[in-house]
Ligand binder design. Structure first.
Ligand SMILES: [Fe+2]
Length: 212
């Protein structure tokens, strides 16, 4: 009786066989390959309002622009760690965020130049050895056609590793947002975070996984 052909790695993957199952039954995979890799944070469109030129004040605190203080909306801390798919911190990664003000206006000529000058609107930080970042900003607000979101970009050595958007868990606008709706369940979980009460306002933990 002829032997059944051995399955190829490709056929096993196509049949949905997991890496762990492969490693356990075949011994084909090195320990490094068998490790469960973290899924990279999903990408989303940059949108039309990335700054043309960086504002003079572009530090981690979007609620202070130069000498002005922005006090509209709810204070929100957005923080997390930038890691690669093996969980190692990506030292030197630059994290940028940008978002509209309380009235839904971006600091961008294409958005009419109506944004509140007290709102910094854009912030940029470089992470250290621990990969951690944090921003102090406003809990994002909706504007026409969009559920609340914060735009996020990660750059390493001038190379863009990720452009995406962060959403607010439980916001009723998410279900109506075309960009949010096209995310699958895992992608929604990665990009839609709880803004929980904290010592100052609310706080969202947003871990970022990149392919560095
Ligand atoms: Fe936007």
């Amino acid at each position: 009786m002829p032997h059944a052909p051995l399955p190829t790695r490709r056929s096993l993957l196509a049949s949905g066989t997991t890496w762990m199952a492969l490693a356990g039954t075949s011994g084909w995979l090195s320990p490094a390959m068998a490790q469960t890799a973290l899924r990279p944070t999903p990408k989303q469109t940059e949108g039309p309002f990335y700054p043309i030129a960086l504002p003079r004040d572009h530090d981690f605190d979007l609620l202070r622009n130069g000498s002005a203080t922005y006090s509209k909306g709810q204070i929100a801390w957005v923080e997390g760690q930038v890691t690669d798919t093996h969980g190692a911190p990506v030292s030197g990664a630059v994290v940028e965020i940008w978002q509209c003000d309380h009235e839904g206006n971006y600091h961008h000529p294409r958005d009419g130049g109506k944004a509140d000058p007290a709102f910094q609107g854009f912030g940029k930080v470089m992470v250290g050895k621990d990969g951690r970042y944090r921003f102090r900003t406003m809990k994002p607000q909706p504007y026409t056609g969009r559920t609340p979101h914060i735009h996020v970009k990660v750059i390493l050595d001038r190379k863009e590793l990720l452009t995406t958007q962060l959403y607010v868990a439980g916001d009723p606008g998410n279900d109506r947002d075309s960009l949010w709706r096209r995310l699958d369940m895992q992608e929604r979980a990665a990009l839609t975070r709880v803004f929980a009460p904290s010592a100052e306002g609310v706080r969202a933990d947003f871990p970022i996984v990149v392919q560095a």
